[in-house]
Design a protein around this ligand. Structure first.
Ligand SMILES: CC(C)(COP(=O)(O)OP(=O)(O)OC[C@H]1O[C@@H](n2cnc3c(N)ncnc32)[C@H](O)[C@@H]1OP(=O)(O)O)[C@@H](O)C(=O)NCCC(=O)NCCS
Length: 211
């Protein structure tokens, strides 16, 4: 796994109203990012996105495409979305999302979600992308990452096993959950304990992420 460089974003906190939170994508060209403050379950929370640095594993590079602040009203947590890009051919091969929140909030969606475009499957890009994101998850204080998989999805279950996640249980999605409304009924839950990782390791050639 690549060595990563992290820089915590230091712009002063800015308050936001719930109505302005959903789906917000922030892309600025400078070195500065934002801290967001909101309420989740009645508790005031703040969140800092972290510059992910260069994320490369052989022919696979993760490129930050967007961040979302989250939406306490919908119980959506802050999220990073990366494109899986072919490191030399610069083609987008898939996407991966990292959600930063509690295991309880993410019981059904999980911390990580991914998809690989059909023509690029067969190279373990999903598993390798997960591994590239673990240090970022760890830098946010996560000690455990949960992945949830449709019981019919063999490739994704195999992906969980490849990264060393352990199957814990199968849960039924409650009708009140938005995933149920999207047609999901069951999820297999996999748990991956994160080893302690350096949060400020520097690597030659790593760059500043732009948020
Ligand atoms: C899940 C997904 C991201 C995996 O893509 P990928 O990283 O290219 O994964 P691979 O094709 O390399 O497959 C990973 C492993 O599963 C195995 N596998 C894939 N399909 C399989 C099947 N139908 N039966 C058994 N094993 C299978 C592969 O052989 C590989 O194992 P190996 O490397 O030991 O041979 C991809 O299938 C996908 O995008 N599916 C649709 C979206 C999705 O399901 N996302 C996950 C939601 S939880």
């Amino acid at each position: 796994m690549s060595t990563l460089e992290y820089k915590t974003i230091i712009e002063p906190a800015e308050p936001f109203a719930p109505s302005s939170m959903a789906g917000l994508v922030r892309r600025t060209s400078g070195r500065r990012g934002s801290t967001y403050i909101g309420t989740l379950g009645g508790t005031r929370t703040s969140f800092k996105f972290i510059r992910p640095g260069k994320l490369v594993d052989g022919d696979l590079e993760l490129v930050l495409a967007s961040v979302e602040k989250g939406d306490p009203v919908r119980r959506h947590v802050p999220m990073y979305e990366f494109e899986m890009v072919h490191a030399s051919r610069k083609m987008t091969m898939g996407k991966i999302r990292l959600r930063i929140g509690s295991a309880r909030t993410l019981r059904y969606p999980g911390h990580i979600g991914y998809e690989v475009r059909p023509r690029f499957r067969g190279h373990r890009y999903a598993a390798r992308s997960c591994q590239l994101l673990l240090a970022l998850a760890n830098a946010h204080g996560l000690k455990v990452v949960w992945l949830t998989v449709d019981p019919r999805n063999i490739a994704s279950q195999k992906t969980c096993r490849i990264i060393g996640a352990r199957y814990i249980e199968t849960v039924r999605i409650p009708p009140s959950h938005e995933m149920y409304q999207d047609g999901a009924r069951y999820r297999r839950r996999y748990r991956l304990a994160l080893a302690k990782m350096p949060s400020n390791a520097k690597s030659k050639g790593s760059h500043q992420g732009k948020l």
